[in-house]
Design a protein around this ligand. Structure first.
Ligand code: SAH
Ligand code: MG
Length: 198
C-alpha cells in the first residue's frame, strides 16, 4: 500500500468535501495506486478529472506514469490545473477540458480509468477500448453507487437515482457478458471493476 499524505493532498481533499466533489475514497485510491505499481502501468487515460485528486495520486505512485485526463466542468478543470501545478506534475498530467463524449484520441494507454457520468459507462467503455494497449485494463469506479446498486429498486425514492442505478446494473451485466474482456469486481471504495483485454 502506498501512503502519500501531504498537507497539499489534505487541502485538495478538504476542498472536495466543502464543494461536494465526489473524489475517490481512500481505499479506492489505495487499490488504484497499488494496481498501477503492481501492473507496471505507465500510461493512463482518465475520464472524469474533477479537481485532479486521483490523477495526482496516480502520478505520485509511479514516477514514470503519464496521464491524460478529461473534464467537462470548467471550474473543476481550472482547479485541477492549479492543483497539478502545485505538485509540478504539468509534464506528466495532460488535462483536456471537454465532454468525453466528444473526445477522440489516437494515443494508446495501459489503463483507462472511467470515473465520469455513470450512465455513460457503456458508451465510454466501447469508444475508449480502441485506445487500449494489448492486454490493457479498464477500471471503473462507483459500481456500488453509495450502496444503492445493492438495494431494491422500490427502496430508492428519487426517480433520477433509480434510473442511474439501473444504468449501473446494465453496465455490470455488459461487463459480465463481454467476451473480449475478463472482468473482476471488487467491493472496495465505492465498488470497482477491473476489465482486462483478452
Ligand atoms: N476522478 C476524480 C473524481 C471524478 S468525479 C477523483 O477521484 O479525484 C466525476 C467527474 O466527471 C465530475 O467532475 C464531472 O464533471 C465529470 N464528468 C461527468 N461526465 C463527464 C463527461 N461526459 N465528460 C467529461 N467529464 C465528465
Ligand atoms: Mg468515482
Amino acid at each position: 500500500m502506498v501512503k502519500i499524505e501531504t498537507t497539499e493532498i489534505t487541502k485538495i481533499k478538504n476542498y472536495a468535501i466543502e464543494n461536494n466533489i465526489p473524489i475517490m475514497m481512500d481505499d479506492g485510491i489505495d487499490f488504484l495506486t497499488t494496481f498501477i505499481i503492481k501492473n507496471h502501468i505507465n500510461s493512463v487515460l482518465e475520464i472524469g478529472t474533477a479537481i485532479g485528486y486521483s490523477a495526482i495520486m496516480m502520478a505520485l505512485s509511479n514516477p514514470l506514469l503519464k496521464i491524460t485526463s478529461v473534464e467537462r466542468d470548467e471550474k473543476r478543470y481550472l482547479e485541477a490545473l492549479k492543483n497539478i501545478k502545485k505538485f509540478n506534475l504539468e509534464e506528466r498530467i495532460t488535462l483536456i477540458f471537454k465532454d468525453a463524449t466528444d473526445l477522440n484520441l489516437d494515443d494508446k494507454f495501459d489503463l483507462i480509468f472511467l470515473d465520469a457520468a455513470k450512465g455513460q459507462n457503456i458508451n465510454f467503455f466501447k469508444s475508449f477500448s480502441n485506445n487500449l494497449n494489448d492486454k490493457g485494463f479498464i477500471i471503473t469506479d462507483n459500481l456500488s453507487f453509495h450502496g444503492l446498486v445493492e438495494k431494491k429498486e422500490e427502496e430508492i425514492e428519487s426517480k433520477n437515482v433509480r434510473s442511474l442505478v439501473r444504468k449501473i446494473k446494465e453496465y455490470i451485466t455488459f461487463l459480465e457478458e463481454n467476451n473480449s474482456f475478463e472482468t473482476k469486481f471488487y467491493h472496495i471504495g465505492d465498488g470497482i471493476s477491473v476489465s482486462q483485454k483478452k
